[in-house]
Ligand binder design. Structure first.
Ligand SMILES: N[C@@H](CCC(=O)N[C@@H](CS)C(=O)NCC(=O)O)C(=O)O
Length: 241
């Protein structure tokens, strides 16, 4: 069971000294990135979930913009999923998630930067912005997905990280987990060709079975409820999704 989402009028839970504190929201893909890294590296942490529609006032003292994820290390608060993930990888050397070679690490970090245009398209699509057909959406997604398909092909490995998932895989996975939400939104899958993205499709299946991903898997129906809460302005009861 996820930790309850704290809302307006709640008290900030006292922090234990020996653990990192993650401020999160169970269905946030950016917070999920950090949870994947924490779990992949077996870093002890506790979670405080927040209701992001009715945020508790005290949270603005933690993160002035009131966003998740944020990590309280005990001596500082870190924000932004990519910065937190990089920090964790450097600070906790077990199970390194980047290649040792600085050039290869830089290439991975550059690839991670290319996830953002893909997620932008995902949000517009799933919240049905622009009144486009599924054919149009498939066309719009194609160049973004091609980047990752081509990269898997060039690397010749099952995962971007090689024979096991690493940083690029975990930074991309939250949206691969949510991809099925599009079929719920439109009543059909986007009409990609059967020969399009064979490596990415295989990657997605393998990632679904990765213990780090499956441990916190929710699947498309729950994410669809989260989309509906936002787009239909329904009561934000994230604890009963
Ligand atoms: N660029 C940020 C994005 C974080 C983000 O947008 N989080 C959303 C939840 S998924 C949030 O906190 N929304 C609340 C708000 O914007 O007020 C990151 O990578 O951490």
């Amino acid at each position: 069971m996820p930790e309850p989402h704290l809302t307006v009028g709640s008290q900030q839970p006292p922090k234990q000294d020996d653990k990192l504190r993650l401020y999160s929201m169970e269905y946030c893909p950016y917070a999920q990135r950090v949870r994947l890294v924490l779990n992949a590296k077996k870093i002890p942490y506790d979670t405080v979930n927040l209701n992001l529609i009715n945020k508790p006032d005290w949270y603005f003292k933690v993160h002035p913009e009131g966003k998740v994820p944020a990590i309280d290390t005990g001596s500082e608060v870190l924000v932004e999923s990519l910065d937190i993930s990089d920090y964790l990888d450097e600070k906790y050397p077990d199970n390194p998630l980047y290649p040792k070679d600085p050039e290869a690490k830089k290439r991975d970090q550059e690839l991670i930067q290319k996830i953002s245009p893909l997620t932008g398209t995902f949000y517009k699509c799933v919240s049905k912005q622009g009144d486009k057909s599924v054919e149009d959406w498939a066309k719009e997604f194609t160049p973004h997905l091609d980047i990752f398909e081509t990269e898997l092909s060039a690397r010749g490995t099952a995962y971007f990280g090689g024979d096991k998932p690493a940083m690029v895989d975990y930074m991309l996975w939250p949206w691969a987990e949510r991809a099925g939400t599009i079929a719920i939104a439109y009543g059909q899958q986007l009409p990609f060709g059967a020969d399009q993205f064979p490596l990415l499709r295989k990657w997605r299946k393998s990632m679904r079975e990765d213990p780090v991903c499956s441990q916190i898997y929710h699947g498309p129906e729950k994410f669809w409820k989260v989309v509906e809460i936002k787009t239909k302005k329904m009561p934000p009861d994230y604890d009963s999704i």
